[in-house]
Write a protein that binds this ligand. Structure first.
Ligand SMILES: [Zn+2]
Length: 622
């Protein structure tokens, strides 16, 4: 705040007096942003926002408090410093800060003004803004302020870049000025991240539509076949929906140590991965599924959107109970469409599906939180997991994907495999264009009834708004697939010394456990205590440091194997530090099914099973 206090009072009164016409516009005002990246080595940009033709007495500008695709309030304005406002002659204008992400400029008749600020950008992992000597990744909601009254007016972005930098973005350049990007409105700008820097750009076409892959970072690690595989994925998605909702698409791609994840945007995505991804087939498959996920979003959530996400309110949470569709359906299709595209084998997919099923079926939180609540509370829970999350929550991504599998099979079953979830996607795309109001759960139920000729309210009550256990094995069987735990011999099941078909279970998860090298020296620090195991009731808590099992030293990497060697019903004594106090606790171990779930094809499929399988995954049974 730079105004003397007396001026603030006068200014506030004027604003009250002027409201609601503080943004009265005789002829549409225009907005132009300038971003100067010549100090990129200091991870900063100088941002300008010039408004011309303003007629109000005050101008309120805001930076969003979240960015599309990440349902979490972020401190985006925290990177802003040196805020200033001047008229067209450079004379300073008074302003005050009115909220954490809001500034009010006392324009008092000034029509043309420029706001400027310094922006610090070092957040690579949350895909908001990152600048260094080699590039700038700019997700506009984390970079450019907006004025509510001008949100629907066209905006220009003038890029001032170091020599040799390239630009990749879904925005179109000004035909007369390649350094200027054009956006029809602020919402489009926000959903069009800008990547500029030392980029490796590859291209391909599907159905005559150009696609770009713009790679920053370790581009040499990325094989040429990526473009071929991405094209195969884009082709099956185009087949599913019937058309692309864009005339050009850009995969902004960061290849850097520790990078992972992606975010969907209007006609582009930002996907991040590690250089080592391309060394192992499994990691590479994960990268393809990520690209598939983000591309699928171009329809699911960037075109048809839950009503709660329309229009965006950039200053608060945007609630919806439908993230299980926006994210869950996308997660269901991301790998499935890789199979249809032929870039994943059926066996790869069934392995992944078995892991996902195991995690969902064994999660205590599945009995507590319905998918609708998981969706609604995304803003306070999903990106803020606690050690108790496993006991009280489900993921609208993971459980959402499984419920979409159940829904797909249910539609196929009821319609003799003449309709599927693919038809639901097409109907959402057709009935709920971006210009419309967005869909609700009731709209989805209508589409399902129209397609299948019967009601889905009970299905929703069980698996979407309820916590009924998911009958995954039953659904898979209709696709000709069996889910079971192989490797338990019949004689073991009846042998009390082997623990039978169950193995010992404590409910304790430790850091440095699975995934750490055997014998690695990390301590067994409790990361979570699952409420379905005996340790929960006994009062073991997160951060307890377990040092011994039955009097013998234990490390993080040995903890789970040592527990598994014991038997269900056996007593075990754990010695642990809570803060600096040494304690012991004795538990009676519970049991859980031994071995991992596996999904395989049945030996002799019926014609119905075979037909449903083939239309589902797009591959021949054999
Ligand atoms: Zn997603």
């Amino acid at each position: 705040m730079v105004l003397p206090s007396a001026a603030v009072v006068v200014f506030s009164c004027l604003c009250l007096f002027a409201s609601p016409c503080s943004g009265a516009i005789e002829t549409p005002a225009t907005v132009e942003y300038q971003i100067d990246l010549h100090e990129a080595r200091t991870q900063t940009a100088m941002v300008g926002m010039t408004v011309r033709g303003w007629t109000g007495l005050a101008l309120d500008v805001h930076l969003p408090v979240w960015r599309p695709g990440r349902y979490e309030i972020l401190d985006l304005a925290g990177g802003v410093s040196g805020f200033a406002a001047t008229d067209s002659t450079g004379r300073p204008l008074a302003f005050e800060k009115t909220a954490k992400s809001s500034w009010r400029i006392n324009t008092l008749g000034v029509k043309d003004l420029t706001i400027s600020y310094r922006l610090y950008a070092n957040s690579l992992s949350n895909r908001t803004r990152h600048i260094d000597e080699s590039h700038a990744f700019l997700s506009p909601s984390a970079v450019f302020m907006y004025c509510h009254e001008l949100r629907h007016e066209p905006a220009r972005v003038v890029l001032k870049l170091p020599a040799g930098w390239k630009v990749a973005t879904g925005l179109s350049p000004d035909p007369a000025r390649p350094d200027v990007l054009l956006a029809p409105d602020y919402d489009t700008l926000v959903d069009s991240p800008i990547e500029c820097g030392l980029l490796d750009i590859r291209t391909f076409e599907v159905a005559g539509v150009p696609h770009e892959i713009a790679i920053w970072g370790a581009a040499s690690a990325v094989p040429e076949k990526v473009a071929v595989d991405f094209a195969a994925i884009a082709r099956v998605q185009h087949e599913l929906f019937g058309s692309f909702p864009y005339s050009r698409y850009v995969f902004l791609t960061h290849v850097a140590p520790g990078a992972s994840g992606g975010t969907e945007h209007l006609n582009s995505t930002i996907i991040q991965t590690r250089p080592t991804t391309f060394d192992t087939p499994k990691d590479y498959r994960g990268f393809l599924a990520l690209a598939s996920h983000e591309l699928f979003h171009t329809w699911n959530v960037k075109r048809f959107r839950p009503r709660g996400l329309m229009p965006y309110d950039y200053q608060r949470e945007n609630y919806t109970d439908l993230l299980w569709v926006a994210e869950g359906t996308t997660s269901y299709y991301d790998e499935l469409l890789c199979v249809r595209a032929g870039v994943w084998s059926v066996a790869n997919y069934l392995e992944s599906l078995a892991k996902l099923s195991e995690a969902q079926l064994s999660r205590p939180g599945a009995a507590v939180q319905p998918l609708t609540d998981s969706s609604f509370d995304a803003w306070i829970k999903f990106n803020r997991p606690t050690p108790d999350s496993v006991n009280t929550t489900v993921s609208f991504y993971d459980k959402g994907a499984m419920v979409n599998l159940l829904l797909d099979v249910e539609i196929r079953s009821r319609t003799g495999n003449t309709k599927s979830l693919d038809d639901v996607m097409r109907e959402l795309y057709r009935r709920f264009p971006l210009s419309g109001p967005g869909y609700t759960s009731a709209d989805l139920l209508v589409i399902l009834r129209d397609l299948a000729g019967s009601e889905f309210n009970e299905f929703f009550a069980d698996y979407v708004s309820g916590t009924t256990p998911m009958p995954i094995a039953d659904a898979l069987l209709k696709l000709g697939l069996e889910m079971k735990r192989p490797g338990i011999k019949d004689e073991e099941k009846s042998d009390p010394d082997s623990g039978g078909s169950d193995e010992a279970y404590s409910g304790i998860e430790v850091r440095g456990g699975d995934g750490a090298a055997a014998g690695s020296p990390g301590d067994a620090v409790v990361s979570a205590v699952r409420s379905d195991g005996p340790a929960f009731a006994a009062g073991l808590i997160a951060e307890d440091q377990i040092v011994a099992i039955n009097g013998k030293r234990v490390r993080g990497s040995d903890f789970a194997p040592r527990i598994r060697k014991l038997k269900p019903g056996e007593e075990v004594t754990l010695t642990y530090f809570r803060r600096d106090e040494l304690r012991t606790i004795t538990l009676t171990l519970a049991g859980k099914p031994r071995g991992e779930l596996k999904i395989t094809k049945v030996k002799s499929p019926t014609p119905d099973q075979r037909a449903m399988f083939e239309s589902w995954c797009g591959q021949k049974w054999e």
